[in-house]
Write a protein that binds this ligand. Structure first.
Ligand code: CO
Length: 219
């Protein structure tokens, strides 16, 4: 382990120096404040790191990650990060980012038993069951999984938009927009699922339109 830790600490020194080579004051300036415009809610998967994918430096994106990028109304961890992001940091864009090939979504889809986490992934199974007829009508199992990865993102955007935190922010006229995105592990590209939400009006019609768009090509 100490070899691994030595390696990590050495990597860290090199990284810190590479940033200071470009801007010697970078860390000193950042230490006094953070003013990120973006809040990323993504999967814990090691292949989906927020800053690297967006090409953003420390200080530019506030991040919450969990298995399968789920927003649950009783999850005080996620809600606390959300509240801080919206009320204190006043982020302008909240990105719910799923990814194709998500192990959590796959386990949920196939009822694979992994342990305690099955209870967490039950939320993704609820999404599967909500759209069961349309998912099952797809011939290709890979298509079914890809669509569920996308549907899971849209569902979490919906869940976010129904939190007291978002209701209160929009009621006081705060400019903050939710977006659903999906990331391709195979090409490193982010795709917009086109469900921007900046008010709680007409929410379900936006959701239905975004869901229909996902299935439009496949059906
Ligand atoms: Co994942």
């Amino acid at each position: 382990m100490s070899n691994h830790l030595d390696f990590l600490l050495k990597q860290n020194r090199l990284w810190s120096q590479s940033i200071k080579d470009r801007d010697n004051e970078f860390f000193r300036n950042l230490a006094t404040q953070q003013t990120p415009k973006y809040f990323w809610i993504g999967c814990a998967d090691s292949r989906v790191p927020a800053n690297e994918i967006l090409g953003l430096l420390p200080g530019e994106v506030f991040v919450h990650r969990n298995v399968a990028n789920v927003v649950v109304h009783t999850d005080l961890n996620c809600l606390s990060v959300l509240q801080y992001a919206v009320d204190v940091l006043c982020v302008q864009h909240i990105l719910v980012v799923g990814h194709y090939g998500c192990g959590g979504v796959k386990a949920a889809f196939h009822n694979i038993r992994l342990g305690l986490i099955d209870n967490w992934l039950r939320h993704v199974q609820d999404v599967r069951d909500k759209h069961r007829n349309r998912l099952m009508a797809l011939a290709d199992p890979n298509q079914q999984l890809d669509r569920l990865c996308e549907l899971n993102v849209l569902e979490q955007v919906l869940n976010l938009s129904e939190t007291t935190i978002m209701h209160d922010a929009w009621a006081r006229g705060q400019n903050v927009t939710l977006h659903g995105l999906i990331y391709g592990l195979e090409d490193g590209i982010l795709h917009d699922l086109k469900m921007p939400v900046s008010t709680d009006n007409e929410l379900l019609s936006y959701y239905d339109a975004a869901v229909n768009r996902l299935f439009a090509l496949a059906e």
